[in-house]
Design a protein around this ligand. Sequence first.
Ligand SMILES: [Zn+2]
Length: 290
Amino acid sequence: MDTLPEKPPSAVRRQLRQQALFGCCFCGNPIVQFHHIVPLSELKHHNPEDMMCACPLCHDKINAGAMAESEQREAKAQPFNLLHGFAEGQLAINSEQLVVDLGSNWFFGSGAKLAVDDKPLLQLAEDARGRLQLSADLYDENDQLLALIERNDWVTGDPTPWDIEFRHNWLRIHAKAYRISLTIDAKVEPVILTGRLWRAGREFLIRRRLLTIDPRGLNNTFQNLGFAYASLNITSGSGKAAILADQIQGEGKFFNWPVPCPDRIAHGLKFCKEIRAKLRRNKKGKRPVP
Ligand SMILES: [Zn+2]
């Protein structure tokens, strides 16, 4: 067994994540490492029966010899998340720009970005330090809630997703085998989202270079567009789609990029600023009648 790969095979890692419900068996932390209960010094192996998920802190405690094998086996049999019934974590997004990339289209500003029947599936907001916060409702095609992301905090729904991979600023949720529901890559700017957002049997299919609305029905595609305070909304009954202005700002803008456009972020944010300034002017103008 000298040829044992250093990293456990992906199927073993996934099996361990699924068993532990996507968290440390001891404390539920979603950042996990793969611990060998039967130490590698005794046996070169990646046997899932003799391995478990543990966060870096708990893993360190085990490696320091501070946790008996019986205690490890107990946690493997009854992992923290399974006892609590859900998995959760916090996505770290450092971006100070309110913009996301959906299929090469950039959506700027706070508020809803994708919606079905005016109910947002994807929203942007900013925290007290002006950093981007993402919210998303993740349903499968049968309208069952797989996961919720509320201002960067994610939690699994019921049924729980098939797999979740998480690395601080990168999150991937699989609805089932070979079916990615959502990938959020917050290592880059703008943050890139890909996947399939469903609601009431309607779908937003977000590929890396293309956003398709309701691919089985309407099949409208969007590519290389900018949306400032504007969202895409599908009416579930008719399947019709529309670009809607943000309700709070009262105005939205949808545009093609000028060619060449050296600084897309600055360009989109400029539109947002203009819309906000207009809202402020309108509010000032509406003085109550004495
Ligand atoms: Zn832990």
